[in-house]
Each structure stands twice: as structure tokens, then as C-alpha cells.
Ligand binder design. Structure first.
Ligand code: SAM
Length: 214
């Protein structure tokens, strides 16, 4: 059920879906996704689908985890990443395998506590987690080279964009009224006159980004 063969099959499926960053695929191949879902769903952990994790939330589809990670890393070197929406901690663990330091915020305390247990059990020492509203970022550790948001916002969250380092990028789903799209926002370099540029990557479906805590 959780054999290397099922993980390998998932990796092959991601390659077939057009993902091409070997390091990202390898990170997913190595990670035991069955540890990030309830035992009753463990037999489905290596399907390329999102799965319920309680409190109306989901662990993201592996394709989407890989796609967002690739979109974040392919535009240049990234050392520090802020993730908004820890959920199960799966995306956090993928990032932890690829960058120097990951900061992740979750607004549902039970999910945050479970993710913390899992990541501790996996001995991931370059991850710092916080319970709270991640839509305002984490100013203490800003600026970040990358920000990855795993829930759909209704526009670019200004407080997050401000916490990007020059040249840094944010990958996030945005609900534009006619559906959700995955967007990559890049903060231009260049002092006072710096601005942002964005590109739309593909249509997506995510739970909403909510303010406050639960
Ligand atoms: N990447 C996660 C994984 O693989 O398990 C999936 C996360 S799930 C799709 C989105 C998460 O964002 C949920 O756990 C939800 O509670 C969280 N969320 C929504 N709005 C948030 C906010 N403002 N701050 C922090 N977390 C938030």
C-alpha cells in the first residue's frame, strides 16, 4: 500500500503530467504522504488527488503541490519561504526538502498541532510553524524569497506582497469571480520604483483563504 512502487508510480504520473523539475519530483517521491492523512485514507495517499483532512480542509493534490513548488523555485534561487495554510504539513515538508528555511502559518489550531507532530516525527529541523492568520504574513521573519499560499484569495494580499524580498515571488490561487487561477507574482528589483509583475499559470480549485483564526 505504501510501498516504494506506489510512490514511484506517483512520480511517473507527475512527470507524465508535464512537471519537469527533477528535485521537486524527487522530494515528492521520497516523502511518505500516507503519514499526512488519517489511517483510513492511507491506502489512497499515493493517488494524484486531494483528500479530506478534517475541519472542511484538504491535503492538496500531489500534482498541485509539485506545480506550485516548481513555479516558486524555477524563477531563481530561493532560501526562505513563507507558506500560508499549513494544512496537513505535506507541502511544508516538500518545501523543507528543497529550501534552507520554511515558515508556515495555519489558522485551524487542531490542524496546526497535527502538522507540528508530523513534521517533528520526520525530524525536519528547518521548519517553523505558527497558529494564526497567515494572510498578514509573518513580519518577524520577513522578507521572504518565496511565499506560497495554499488557499484561494480574492486578490493579491497586500500584506504578503510587502513581505517579499526584491526579486522574490509569491505563488497563489486567486478567485477572480469566474473561477480560480494560479498566479505567480514577482517583486521587481530596483529601490523606490520597484513594483510587481504577475502571470496567470493555470486554472485551479482551492478552499478559500479566510481571515482570522478558528
Ligand atoms: N498544502 C496543504 C496540504 O498539503 O496539506 C493544504 C492546505 S489546505 C488546501 C488550505 C489550508 O489553508 C487549510 O488548512 C486552511 O485552514 C488554511 N487557511 C485558510 N486561510 C488561512 C489563513 N488566513 N491563514 C492560515 N491558514 C489559512
Amino acid at each position: 500500500m505504501t510501498s516504494l512502487r506506489t510512490r514511484e508510480r506517483l512520480a511517473q504520473r507527475l512527470l507524465a503530467a508535464g512537471l519537469e523539475d527533477d528535485a521537486v519530483i524527487e522530494a515528492l517521491r521520497q516523502l511518505p504522504r500516507h503519514l499526512f492523512v488519517e489511517e483510513a485514507l492511507a491506502s489512497r495517499a499515493y493517488e494524484d488527488s486531494s483528500l479530506p483532512i478534517g475541519w472542511g480542509q484538504t491535503i492538496s493534490q500531489p500534482y498541485m503541490v509539485a506545480r506550485m513548488t516548481q513555479a516558486l523555485l524555477e524563477a531563481g534561487p530561493v532560501q526562505t519561504v513563507l507558506e500560508v495554510g499549513t494544512g496537513s504539513g505535506y507541502q511544508t515538508a516538500v518545501l523543507a526538502a528543497l529550501v534552507r528555511r520554511v515558515y508556515s502559518v495555519e489558522r485551524i489550531s487542531s490542524l496546526q498541532a497535527r502538522a507540528e507532530q508530523r513534521l517533528r516525527a520526520l525530524k525536519l529541523r528547518n521548519v517553523r510553524l505558527r497558529y494564526g492568520d497567515g494572510s498578514t504574513g509573518w513580519t518577524e521573519y520577513a522578507p521572504f524569497d518565496g511565499i506560497l499560499v495554499t488557499a484561494a484569495a480574492s486578490g493579491i494580499p497586500r500584506r504578503l506582497a510587502e513581505q517579499l524580498a526584491p526579486g522574490g515571488r509569491m505563488v497563489l490561487p486567486i478567485d477572480c469571480g469566474r473561477g480560480q487561477v494560479l498566479v505567480r507574482l514577482v517583486k521587481k528589483r530596483g529601490g523606490q520604483r520597484s513594483g510587481y509583475q504577475h502571470e496567470v499559470l493555470e486554472p485551479v480549485t482551492f478552499v478559500p483563504l479566510l481571515g482570522g483564526v478558528a
